[in-house]
Design a protein around this ligand. Structure first.
Ligand code: SAH
Ligand code: SF4
Length: 358
């Protein structure tokens, strides 16, 4: 049964990653080993409350059970290949290597009492957005739910040692979360368990390039997770030229799906906008954006473009950024300019890629 859980990611001959299982599946497994039912809860609490990372940490377990856990499960799929700290000390990026050698990255941003974690949902990305380093490296594979979960645990353990905790998780690292819908949502559910890691849905934000069927599905599920849409342009011609997915899911339909989301859930939606000098940063474009979003309960996050090797566009000047924001605000649309973090360690939005590429 367990083996089946990791098929589809082409290393099914390996031991299953323990974080790929929910409590019910762990209980079934322990029961099949003849363990009393309370063991599964102890295991769950050890993993998600004590944040233990090795079978030997479960010192109250009989030795044979610890051995069995070690024999049957992997307790880590993330090998830390490199850890980088930004000069200001506020941003840490870890480059992990998965068992099949695929690279992923996870970024911790400490800012005003908050520890925001930016995690990956895929190795690489299939969406091909031209200004994004992950898009430039292409799609490698989906992460399993356990690999998504483990990224959070790695940083949660470190923060716990410092008496702190992860305050928010944004799914804005490598990959398109809605292209890996099931694993992404399963990971959030697993971390949300009140008897385990207890990180409520409201503390997560999913960012999507705009896969409309997935947005509709997400809307119908009426979850409390935050939603951000990477918009970047108001006209299909421009949007399609920088975000190829727009050819399939054009702007009008995308905004319609966003309106339905806001209506159905009563939640505010966020739009992300990477400002590229003389491409999508004119006051006229801001004006069109204000019209497009008219009457929609939303917030716009503008991010001056971060440099990547495969794209020659440049980030907007400070003056153009302010002018863009002023137009939106004059229409009553709330807007923040995202502080550029971790640029010196290639940890900014869209800069995540395998190290050899960065
Ligand atoms: N695939 C998802 C989430 C990961 S990308 C998505 O596209 O939404 C996270 C955010 O970084 C997105 O808003 C994306 O458009 C933005 N981004 C990508 N490359 C960037 C770059 N070079 N500079 C600034 N933002 C970038
Ligand atoms: Fe993928 Fe998002 Fe990068 Fe586009 S911006 S290539 S969807 S990670």
């Amino acid at each position: 049964m367990i083996k089946r859980l990791v098929t589809g990611d082409n290393h099914s001959e390996m031991k299953p990653l323990i974080y790929d299982l929910d409590l019910e599946q762990l209980s079934a497994q322990l029961q099949s080993w003849g363990q009393p039912s309370y063991r599964a809860v102890q295991l769950w609490q050890g993993l998600y409350q004590q944040l233990w990372s090795r079978p030997e940490d479960f010192s109250t377990f009989p030795k044979e059970l610890r051995q069995k856990l070690a024999d049957e499960f992997s307790f880590t799929n993330l090998r830390e290949a490199e850890r980088l700290h930004s000069k200001d000390g506020q941003t840490t990026k870890i480059l992990f290597e998965l068992p099949d050698r695929q690279p992923i990255e996870t970024v911790l941003m400490r800012y005003e009492e908050r520890n925001t974690l930016c995690i990956s949902t895929q190795a690489g990305c299939a969406m091909g957005c031209v200004f994004c380093a992950t898009g430039q490296m292409g799609f490698r594979r989906h992460l399993t739910s356990g690999e998504i979960v483990e990224q959070v645990l790695v940083f949660a353990r470190q923060l716990k040692d410092e008496g702190e905790r992860v305050s928010n998780v944004v799914l804005m690292g490598m990959g398109e979360p809605f292209h890996n819908y099931e694993a992404t949502l399963a990971a959030i559910d697993r971390l949300g368990d009140p008897d385990g890691f207890n990180m409520g849905a409201r503390r997560f934000t999913i960012s999507t390039v705009g896969l409309i069927p997935a947005i509709k599905r997400f809307t119908a599920e009426r979850r409390q997770i935050g939603l951000a849409i990477s918009l970047h342009a108001t006209q299909d011609e421009l949007r399609s030229s920088i975000l190829p997915v727009n050819q399939r899911y054009p702007i009008r339909e995308l905004i319609q799906a966003c309106r339905e989301y806001v209506e159905m859930t009563g939640r505010r939606i966020t739009f992300e906008w990477a400002l590229i000098q003389n491409v999508n940063d004119s006051p006229q474009e801001a004006q069109r954006l204000a019209e497009l979003l008219h009457g929609l309960n939303c917030h716009v996050n503008v991010i001056p473009l971060n440099p990547t090797r495969g794209y020659s566009g440049e980030r907007s000047t400070r003056e153009r950024v302010s002018a863009f924001r002023d137009v939106l605000e004059s229409h009553g649309i709330s807007c923040t300019v995202r502080v550029r973090r971790g640029i010196d360690i290639q940890a900014g939005c869209g800069q995540l890629a395998e190290h050899a590429d960065s």
